[in-house]
Design a protein around this ligand. Structure first.
Ligand code: 6R9
Length: 660
């Protein structure tokens, strides 16, 4: 049975716990429906009310939504505010200065606590430091840092002075980093000497040096280095400076730069269906509204909670639910440097027990790998730990299969904690379709219903509505405050990718297939419908990996597809034609390993193909199109039942069936 069939046949329903409903921010289905009706009645007024309630404005806005240049929508445009002021000063002014903002646990288990007062002081010092390097409002700053207090401070410091940050995940290669630094036109790069994950020390600064040695990076004036390990790294005189040196003499206060609500808070690169990553540009006001609102709505955050999102700041989840959301609502959060399997696969449970985590937010791929690990070694199973502090669980990044959902609910949540399956994307800024802990009866594998005001729908290829029970294309019919504003440097691509003419030019195209069930209208996401793979919750473009492979001098041609994988959701499978004759036996294994290492260097280890298969050619139609559908069947190991009569070279299928 396929994953989607198993969700659609899922009849177990888990009602929200009474005690939770009683105290929830949105309490009961009637309260949800009331908000939905309010948005329906007065869409602009609804979001304006929430923006006034949730955020501190320096200058109030007078208009909610501006649609005059659609699909380049603007929200709260004439209002001014500052994100760092909202996340830090506002909490301190409200008397929360002594509250713990961050409980940081390092890879080796060392714990550091930072209060809101401390965090504000550290952010101000770095903000002043950046200003002293000449960084101004609107300048771009690339952050290539490990999970750390400093990483969050760096993001908040940029926000404080109105610099637009672009965080690049620390697992990306120098080439990927270079591409992003150039596209963003960064003037400063913030990094660390090294990073520590799973007991291993990995380079960062040397990768920055490699990236900046490549062409087109002349705009980068300074590299600021956080000393994480104290390892021996090269410094370029005049360009590189230690973070500690930069902030040493800086003041602990710093006047925030008041920016317009549409000012770009950040650019975050994500994969699309071409080889070039897209710089998703987010706003200040609408984005921050979402970060705060969804902490309250989806996670029902309370002053007594200890929130833990296990994402990395290099991904959007680490932006909205680590750097901005928890701080915007004055929450206490755990931030973790390491990996879930070090020193053993009980690490998450141990940390939940130790820090009395109440809301835990992780990815299905982590859950699935921890299920496997605790099957193999019962000592690391959640039942060996006291997880009674937990009250809400969340998941994000990819569809969660019902088996993993039920395990999470039962073994981790003790059957008490709602599992909040939050569907969203880099482009949506925060949750868009998600259950609410005090509202929604849960069905394992379904992300249930849109947030109030989110006009999610399923349409066919012409943009027409599709009946419940029938699959189709997931769209959002009206603009919402935290939506992507544009693709940095490429507004045309923004329009084409997200508001395609084929769908009428006004529907936001998510890029996922979905279905609503007939009974409740609940949404289930069926996965990407474009050339984007989701490997362990990481978005990877097939074209990006193909371009990396063909950049190798021995490769003539390559095609990349995904195939289902028990742990990572999808796995990368590459079909490769070499310039030399097709290798076999040990030769093939050796070359496959070389190509994996090559892709790791070109993009990053997350893009390494799991399977590499060599052929003398790829299956093509007579007009020369690669038949990807056939490749997907081959990757899965399925018998080919499709019509192959249009295939130029049917004999190739047999060769490509063998994995290396
Ligand atoms: C936040 C994030 C977005 C893509 C998205 C979809 C998949 C995310 C999901 C989910 C099913 C969920 N996705 N959450 N699929 N259920 N709860 O992951 O952003 O990295 O941009 O990925 O991830 O395919 O289109 P991003």
């Amino acid at each position: 049975m396929s994953a989607i069939e198993s969700v659609l046949q899922e009849h177990r329903v888990f009602n929200p716990p009474e005690a939770l409903v009683a105290k929830a921010a949105i309490s009961g289905m009637d309260a949800y429906l009331k908000l939905t009706a309010e948005a329906e009645r007065d869409y602009e007024g609804f979001w304006s009310r929430l923006a006034r309630e949730q955020l501190a404005w320096h200058t109030p806005f007078t208009k909610g939504l501006d649609e005059s240049n659609a699909p380049f929508y603007k929200w709260f445009e004439d209002g001014t505010l500052n994100v760092s002021y909202n996340c830090l000063d506002r909490n301190v002014e409200a008397g929360l200065g002594e509250r713990t903002a961050i409980v940081f646990e390092a890879d080796d288990g060392t714990v550091t606590r930072v209060t809101y007062q401390d965090l504000l002081a550290r952010v101000c010092k770095l903000a002043n430091g950046l200003r002293s390097l000449g960084v101004k409002k609107g300048d771009r700053v690339v952050i290539y840092m490990p999970m750390s207090i400093e990483g969050i401070v760096a993001m908040q410091a940029c926000a404080r002075i109105g610099a637009t940050h672009s965080v690049v995940f620390g697992g990306f290669s120098s080439k990927s980093l270079h591409e992003r630094v150039v596209d963003a036109g960064a003037v400063v790069v913030l990094t660390a000497d090294e990073q520590v994950r799973g007991g291993k020390v990995l380079p960062l600064k040397s990768i920055v040096d490699e990236a900046l040695a490549l062409e087109g990076t002349e705009a980068v004036r300074h590299v600021v280095v956080y000393r994480r390990t104290g390892g021996n790294v090269a410094y370029q005189a005049g360009r590189d400076i230690d973070l500690a040196t930069l902030v040493a003499s800086q003041s602990t206060t710093c006047e925030p730069e008041w920016v317009g609500a549409e000012h770009p808070l950040f650019i975050l690169y994500t994969s699309g269906s071409t080889g070039k990553p897209k710089g998703v540009q987010h706003s200040t006001g609408g984005y921050l509204l979402w970060a705060a609102l969804t902490m309250r709505w989806s996670f029902d955050i309370k002053p007594t909670d200890v929130f833990w999102c296990t994402a990395d700041i290099g991904w959007v989840t680490g932006h909205t639910y680590i750097a901005y959301g928890p701080t915007a609502v004055g929450a206490t959060q755990v931030v973790f440097e390491g990996v879930p399997t070090y020193p053993n696969a009980g690490r998450f449970w141990d940390m939940i027990q130790k820090h009395k985590v109440t809301i835990f937010y992780t990815a299905p791929t982590a859950i699935r790998s921890l299920i496997k690990a605790s099957d193999a070694d019962p000592k690391v199973a959640p039942k060996n730990y006291d997880l009674s502090s937990l009250r809400i669980l969340g998941t994000v990044g990819e569809p969660i299969n019902p088996e993993a959902w039920v395990w999470y609910h039962t073994e981790v949540g003790g059957g008490r904690c709602p599992v909040i399956d939050t569907f969203w994307q880099t482009e949506t800024g925060g949750h868009v379709i998600t259950p609410l802990p005090g509202v929604t009866p849960l069905v394992p594998g379904s992300c249930t219903l849109p947030l109030p005001g989110i006009a999610a729908a399923i349409v066919d290829e012409a943009g027409g509505d599709v009946a419940n029970g029938q699959g189709g294309i997931l769209v959002i019919k009206r603009p919402w405050p935290s939506m992507i504003r544009t693709i940095w440097n490429d507004p045309e691509r923004f329009k084409k990718s997200y508001f395609p003419e084929e769908l009428g030019g006004r529907l936001y195209l998510a890029g996922d297939g979905a279905v609503r069930d007939a009974e409740r209208g609940y949404f289930t996401i069926m996965g990407r419908i474009d050339d984007v793979l989701n490997v362990a919750g990481h978005r990877m473009g097939t074209m990006e990996i193909e371009s990396a492979l063909v950049a190798n001098p021995i490769v003539a041609e390559a095609a990349v597809v995904g195939r289902p994988d028990d742990t990572t959701g999808e796995a990368i499978c590459a079909f490769v034609v070499l310039k030399q004759t097709r290798p076999s036996g040990e030769d093939a294994t050796r070359i496959a390993n070389e190509l994996r290492a090559w892709v790791a260097r070109e993009i990053g280890p997350i893009a390494k193909p799991k399977d590499i298969r060599f052929g003398e050619n790829l299956p093509k139609t007579r007009s020369g199109k690669i038949m990807r559908r056939l490749l997907r069947s081959l990757a899965k190991g399925e018998a080919i039942t499709q019509d192959v009569s249009t295939l130029e070279n049917p004999a190739i299928l047999e060769q490509l069936g063998e994995a290396k």
